[in-house]
Design a protein around this ligand. Structure first.
Ligand SMILES: Cc1cc2nc3c(=O)[nH]c(=O)nc-3n(C[C@H](O)[C@H](O)[C@H](O)COP(=O)(O)OP(=O)(O)OC[C@H]3O[C@@H](n4cnc5c(N)ncnc54)[C@H](O)[C@@H]3O)c2cc1C
Length: 409
């Protein structure tokens, strides 16, 4: 919290909210995140898991309801404040922070689209609940189509492909059959989903559609929670659909609007991930700084060795650069999207790729500055390194995203 913030317009009220989020992150999210990291994927989602309690606490504080206006039950926070809180909660634990932020996805998308029926059915109940009883997720990737699903808006990067989740029209309804990948964040605990589907007879992801739906419908089932290397506190898993019948009104984006919708959604998500990564980088840097002031080698704290300080300064520079780029891209793009205006995806991608790569570099250096201790569970830096690796792949693998960004220049 002692970092210089270059934005001189931040108000006292915003700083108070930031400080409150920092306290919650330090006292609750960090210790519970470490606990969850050491549990199996099944244990993380089991009824006795501390994940449910900490998620409930976060919701009671309103951290799952930052976007919508107070009259709907939200905090109605502006993009700058949202960015400040996102960074603080991610500083605590990126996995639990992701659970919290993703939980409102279906409600916020309905609101952003201004779809009155979807707002009544999905946004209002979510914001009125005011607790963790409603939890969303976004299911787009499929076992055989990861990057392919994200390039739909760039004709030069697209290849024809048959999707693994297909919607067939049946009178006034749609019937869904197929599955989504094991990477769907929150899927094991979600009550609702935003699901990207291909239509029967199509072989082009650019002409897909988006449904909002509750996950307790007949024919919906889930795979086992994914056991993975990083972000272990974030439950992920497959969603399966067998003859799942949906009313037409739940189709919120049709094939003609799909590419523009996907571009806007990635613009918001990539900017958000850049912020999460900035919080993670800051956490790794702070742990390394503290450790180097305690660890004595060469007759003095290692912090006093020039080569150690040079590495710390490089980490500090990366953290500050990340925070600035992320804040700029997030505030600009979320403001434009909030006004219903197009926002430049390439800026969100630049922020996501830069900040997640920076977090990986900072976490790697943090482990090295801990020497052998950096490889042990006694210090959180080895977890930060695993978490940072995962974020270079989440929401688009960085090389692939860079290709999309380059095509937009
Ligand atoms: C932590 C985490 C959270 C996630 N959350 C979600 C979620 O909530 N919902 C969801 O649906 N998915 C989610 N995902 C999935 C994620 O979006 C995909 O993992 C990602 O898009 C990459 O897809 P893939 O894993 O299938 O890799 P692939 O697409 O198979 O890519 C493998 C490699 O090939 C390269 N490659 C692929 N295509 C091309 C190309 N055309 N040209 C050049 N190189 C190429 C890539 O750059 C990459 O290096 C998550 C993933 C992670 C790790």
């Amino acid at each position: 919290m002692s970092y210089l913030d270059y934005d001189l317009t931040i108000s006292d009220e915003q700083r108070e909210l930031q400080q409150a989020a920092h306290t919650f992150a330090a006292e609750v999210l960090r210790p519970v995140g470490i606990q969850l990291d050491r549990m199996t994927a099944d244990e993380v989602v089991a009824p006795a898991s501390p994940l449910h309690e900490v998620f409930g606490q976060a919701c009671a504080l309103g951290y799952n309801r930052m976007l919508a206006p107070p009259e709907l039950g939200g905090l109605g926070l502006d993009p700058v404040t949202r960015h400040l809180l996102l960074e603080e909660l991610s500083w605590g634990n990126v996995g639990v922070a992701a659970v919290i932020f993703l939980s409102s996805n279906h409600a916020d998308v309905a609101l952003a689209l201004g779809n009155a029926e979807a707002i009544d059915e999905f946004t209002m109940p979510f914001y009125a609940a005011g607790d963790s009883s409603i939890c969303g997720c976004w299911a787009i990737t499929e076992p055989d189509h990861g990057s392919d699903t994200l390039t739909a808006m760039r004709p030069e990067l697209r290849t024809p492909a048959r999707g693994q989740l297909v919607a067939r029209r049946d009178g006034d309804d749609w019937i869904l059959n197929g599955q989504k990948s094991a990477w769907v964040s929150n899927a094991p605990i979600a009550t609702h989903a935003m699901v990207n589907v291909q239509f029967e007879g199509e072989a082009d992801f650019a002409r897909s559609g988006v449904f909002l739906l509750p996950l307790d419908l007949p024919g919906v089932s889930r795979g086992r929670p994914l056991d993975k290397h990083g972000i272990r506190s974030l439950p992920q898993g497959e969603l399966f659909f067998e003859d799942v019948r949906l009313p037409h009104r739940w189709l919120i984006v049709g094939p003609d609007e799909y590419a523009a919708h996907l571009e806007a959604h990635l613009t918001a998500f990539n900017a958000g991930v850049s912020c999460v990564a900035s919080g993670l980088a800051r956490a790794a840097y702070e742990c390394a700084l503290a450790y180097t002031k305690e660890r004595v080698q060469g007759g003095k704290p290692i912090f006093e060795h020039q080569s150690v300080r040079a590495r710390l300064f490089h980490m500090f520079s990366l953290v500050q650069a990340s925070r600035s780029l992320s804040r700029g891209a997030y505030v600009h793009n979320m403001t434009r999207l909030g006004n219903g205006e197009p926002a430049p995806l390439e800026h969100s991608i630049a922020a996501k790729v830069f900040c997640t790569n920076a977090a990986l570099e900072v976490a790697t250096l943090a482990v090295q500055l801990h020497g052998g201790n950096g490889m042990t569970k006694e210090y959180p830096v080895e977890m930060f390194l695993r978490d940072a690796t995962a974020f270079t792949i989440a929401d688009g693998e960085n090389a692939m995203l860079s290709q999309i960004g380059a095509s937009l220049l």
